[in-house]
Design a protein. Structure first.
Length: 490
């Protein structure tokens, strides 16, 4: 109780004190190595010239004075041009991670910061970019598609003003004025599309309107160039009518479809070679003895598959177009397979989907452990699976922002992750939020271990159960009471 009181007292006093004042200094050193290469080194220091509120309270510390001393990093006094001697060099590794993908929530936050969109339009914006195929969801992350790259390239090349953040924000302001009655919607739309002398200086209306702008630039658009995205070497991604594909060596060179769901950043050089080297021609496997139709193995947009007449079936993950046999293809073409009828008469079907093999009865589905079970699962096994409660798996965890090393106490890998309330460090057992002044890119293993040790010392978070309000007693109905009195009187 005393520690809680002390914490409240310190924070209260600190809130009334003056701001702390400090000074940050950066020092850059340069020298020439024996091989003639110029090497540059940097050091940064910080001194607190006026502690202010830090004298009373430093977050996460019981000893503000000691924390102040630790916060200071004093550099030796040197002068510009002064020669220095390197006594020792200690190389340290440093790895960076790409920024986390946008989620719907983080994208809305970014739009808010840019002044684009309004709370009433964010949901439709998220839906539109998915419906038009500009992004697709992978867990909660929004992954851009090659169509998005082509559309953005077209707009930035030929209509840069329309995708300028400042222009878009100014349009939002005009729409707000229309919503509040300060402007007339018809006048604004007419000026925006056909042009007007009364628009904003340098705006679309004063420059002739959107119609004239599109008519002027339409003939300049190189559709083939816009839909061609170089990815390194002589390989380009082309966005075609039937989806994106790889091309190498000109129009007569190699081509390969890019599988649906393959994110642009997953198209590595090895993956490019794998796709381009895969057989592109159809393989005739033979004839289906039951129907007399030819059975053909093909490589399609959604991966390899077999076809016989109107029937198609995707290959299993362990199968290859090069080694697929007629017998295997005929078995694949039996999927989806009717396993039998449930006691209520409804059919139970075994099928293969985007997320793997499963059994289905009406709207109920349950996953199978392996694709081979599609051929062997019995009706009893399928009904037993369908009787189990549906597993509600969590989305895969996002990749860590940084990996710092092993925690000196628990031995677990210390990772920097992005959480709901900001970045934090974790060793798999304890989580600790980064403090003010901690930076994702520069935080060290020692600092992360210190944060985790402090978090462990404070013990686990205890949750207080919510108390339910006592149920109100039902009031007696006056009519019944009157009826009882009348009965007694009788």
């Amino acid at each position: 109780e005393f520690r809680l009181y002390e914490l409240i007292w310190k924070r209260t006093v600190a809130s009334q004190m003056a701001d702390a004042v400090g000074q940050s200094v950066s020092l850059r050193l340069a020298g020439t190595s024996e091989t003639g290469e110029v090497a540059e080194f940097a050091a940064s220091g910080k001194t607190i010239t006026f502690p202010g509120f830090l004298r009373a309270y430093v977050e996460g510390s019981d000893d503000p004075d000691a924390e102040l001393e630790d916060a200071e990093r004093r550099l030796p006094r040197v002068e510009r041009g002064q020669p220095l001697s390197a006594l020792a060099l200690e190389p340290t590794g440093h790895t960076t991670s790409p920024p986390a993908r946008y989620t719907e929530a983080s994208l809305v936050k970014a739009l808010e910061e840019l002044g684009i969109g309004r709370p009433s339009t964010y949901a439709s914006i998220m839906q539109t970019i998915q419906d038009r195929g500009y992004v697709f969801k992978k867990g909660t992350a929004l992954v851009p598609t090659w169509v998005a790259f082509a559309v953005v390239g077209l707009l930035e090349t030929y209509f840069a003003r329309l995708v300028d953040y400042g222009f878009t924000a100014s349009v939002e302001e005009d729409l707000d004025a229309i919503a509040t009655g300060r402007r007339q919607s018809l006048d604004w739309l007419t000026g925006f599309y056909f042009g007007s002398d009364h628009g904003k200086d340098g705006g679309i209306a004063q420059s002739g309107g959107l119609k004239a702008m599109v008519a002027e630039r339409l003939g300049e658009i190189d559709a083939r160039g816009v839909n061609s995205i170089p990815i390194g070497g002589d390989v380009i991604v082309r966005v075609g009518r039937y989806g994106p594909y790889l091309q190498r060596g000109g129009d007569e060179g190699q081509r390969a479809s890019i599988p649906e769901g393959l994110a642009p950043d997953e198209l590595t050089p090895d993956k490019v070679e794998e796709l381009l080297s895969a057989p592109s021609g159809d393989r005739d496997l033979g004839v289906d003895p039951a129907s007399g139709e030819p059975v053909v193995a093909k490589a399609g947009r959604y991966g390899p598959y077999v076809q016989s007449g109107e029937r198609t079936a995707s290959l299993f993950a362990a199968m290859s177009l090069d080694t697929l046999t007629l017998e295997e293809a005929l078995r694949l073409l039996t999927i989806p397979r009717i396993v039998g009828a449930a006691p209520d008469g409804e059919e139970v079907v075994a099928s293969n989907g985007r997320y793997g093999p499963y059994v289905k009865k009406g709207a109920e589905t349950r996953s199978l452990a392996a694709e081979d079970q599609l051929f062997t699962v019995t009706l009893d096994e399928a009904l037993a699976l369908l009787a189990q409660p549906k597993a509600r798996g969590r989305a895969a965890a996002a990749a860590p922002l940084r990996e710092l090393g092993a925690d000196p106490v628990t031995g677990g890998p210390v990772l920097v992750r992005e959480g709901r309330f900001g970045p934090y460090v974790t060793d798999g057992e304890s989580n600790a939020s980064l403090r003010k002044g901690d930076d994702i890119e520069s935080i060290t293993l020692e600092r992360a271990a210190e944060l985790l040790a402090d978090r462990r010392a404070r013990g686990p978070v205890t949750k207080t159960a919510r108390k339910r309000a006592p149920a109100k007693k039902a009031a007696r109905a006056p009519a019944k009471k009157a009826a009882k009195k009348a009965s007694a009187a009788g």
